[in-house]
Design a binder for this molecule. Structure first.
Ligand SMILES: Nc1nc2c(ncn2[C@@H]2O[C@H](COP(=O)(O)OP(=O)(O)OP(=O)(O)O)[C@@H](O)[C@H]2O)c(=O)[nH]1
Ligand SMILES: [Mg+2]
Length: 406
């Protein structure tokens, strides 16, 4: 091959490589890798968001939504018992030429506490058992040997766990590393050495260890995320989460596809991460336990700001926003007034375009019209998400609090 031909062949390979790189970057940006043929190259330069690519392991089948639901538990009743204290010993020292060496029974060790500890790796209460028994302390021994105290038993719980006892909230484990002593271990008993006194040089008294504390606790999980996606069933919340993060909630054309909250992370430049939660669909009357009921409304409580997702292909889409706000307000006063954005999804459908102007007439220009399916206008959502997040961080720092970090 002539040098000129060789050079042009190499150049072609380089261009093909670059083309492949650009495509794969874009594919990472799009939902389900459905790339529209006429995708504008301008969209490739979204500088602020570094989207996660599909990270499913080859050969590993993802769990179905129903199976995932089985593994996702957001309420648990737990009986926690602290470890029992070890008993004190009663014995006397004796050795050649020192027959009455005095009492030398050691104290028993204390029982171990049972502690609930927040673990970032734990995502639901499914791994929490119904009963925990703390480690008991060892009994005291002769020669003044004290029993060893029982080890602390840690129970790992997800961030956002609310601990209730008899309907009263006793702890709110909403930050990484938070701990709560669920049951105290019993104190160890005293050995007879402890009872040695001037008027009693040979006490035989020793005390048994105290039993550990017993409590029945109700654990309740409230998903913690920066943003919560709220919408009617089939509005496209899960599709949107798949499009902007690496979370893989199930998507289907029937209502109530999503049965448990999913949290996806949107990555921005400078290692900034925003957690977005996909909350199961809400319908009119959810606060009266209609549809999936109010059980899932509590997952919205912990979200710092909200994304109301509206299906723009439905007639009078603004009623969806009104209904969603009403349901949130009925569940908890002021919940609908959290900082929020209104996302009008399915703009790719012809009937949606017609509805958009009506929606904007009713709600003003704050509406972000996009398509989770084709990826149209996703950058506007990403930029707005960042604006909401930055405002939240500023507000938290202003109050002297540490903002939520994922
Ligand atoms: N044309 C079009 N269809 C969409 C778009 N986004 C979602 N869909 C479709 O709408 C249907 C519902 O999407 P989901 O993402 O499952 O909706 P959801 O809000 O999570 O629904 P639930 O989990 O039931 O609350 C699916 O058939 C999607 O393919 C969009 O932007 N355009
Ligand atoms: Mg869904």
């Amino acid at each position: 091959m002539s040098p000129a031909r060789l050079f042009s062949a190499r150049l072609r390979t380089v261009f093909e490589d670059v083309g492949h790189w650009a495509l794969s970057t874009w594919a990472g940006l799009k939902p389900s890798r459905r790339l529209p043929q006429q995708a504008s190259p301008r969209l490739l330069s979204v500088g602020c968001a570094d989207h996660a690519k599909r990270q499913e392991l080859p050969g590993k089948k993802p769990l179905s939504e129903k199976k995932l639901k089985r593994y996702f538990v957001d309420c648990r009743r737990v009986l926690v018992c602290g470890g029992n204290g070890g008993a004190g010993a009663s014995c006397f020292h004796s050795e050649p030429r020192k027959e009455f060496g005095g009492p030398d029974g050691g104290d028993g060790g204390n029982g171990g506490h049972v502690i609930l500890r927040v673990d970032q790796q734990v995502k639901s209460l499914s791994s929490v058992l119904s009963q925990y028994q703390g480690f008991s302390g060892e009994d005291g021994g002769s020669k003044n040997c004290f029993g060893r105290s029982g080890a602390v038993l840690y129970v790992q719980v997800p961030v956002g766990t609310l601990v209730k006892e008899g309907g009263r909230v006793v702890a709110d484990l909403s930050r990484m590393g938070d701990e709560y002593i669920a049951a105290l271990g019993g104190a160890g008993g005293k050995g007879n050495r402890f009872f040695l006194a001037n008027d009693n040089r040979a006490p035989v008294t020793c005390t048994p260890g105290q039993p550990g504390q017993q409590r029945v606790l109700h654990l309740e999980l409230k998903t913690v995320a920066h943003a919560g996606m709220v919408g009617f069933p089939n509005a496209g919340k899960s599709s949107l989460l798949r499009a902007i993060s690496n979370a893989r909630p199930a998507v289907a054309s029937y209502p109530f596809t999503t049965l448990k909250p999913h949290v996806g992370i949107v990555h921005y430049e400078g290692h900034q991460q925003i957690a977005v939660a996909d909350i199961p669909g809400i319908i009119r009357g959810a606060h009266q336990n209609r549809g999936l009921g109010s059980a899932f409304l509590r997952h919205i409580e912990r979200c710092r700001f909200l994304l109301f997702v509206v299906d723009l292909s439905q007639p009078e889409p603004w009623t969806q926003v009104d209904d969603l706000k009403y349901e949130l307000e009925m569940y908890e006063e002021g919940l609908s007034e959290r900082p929020h954005a209104i996302i009008a999804n399915k703009i790719d459908l012809p009937e949606a375009r017609a509805n958009l102007s009506q929606l904007r007439d009713h709600l003003g220009w704050e509406v972000i019209a996009l398509s989770a399916l084709t990826g149209e206008n996703l950058e506007q959502l990403l930029l707005h998400l960042k604006v909401l997040h930055d405002a939240y961080v500023e507000a938290e720092l202003g109050k002297g609090r540490q903002p939520l970090r994922w």
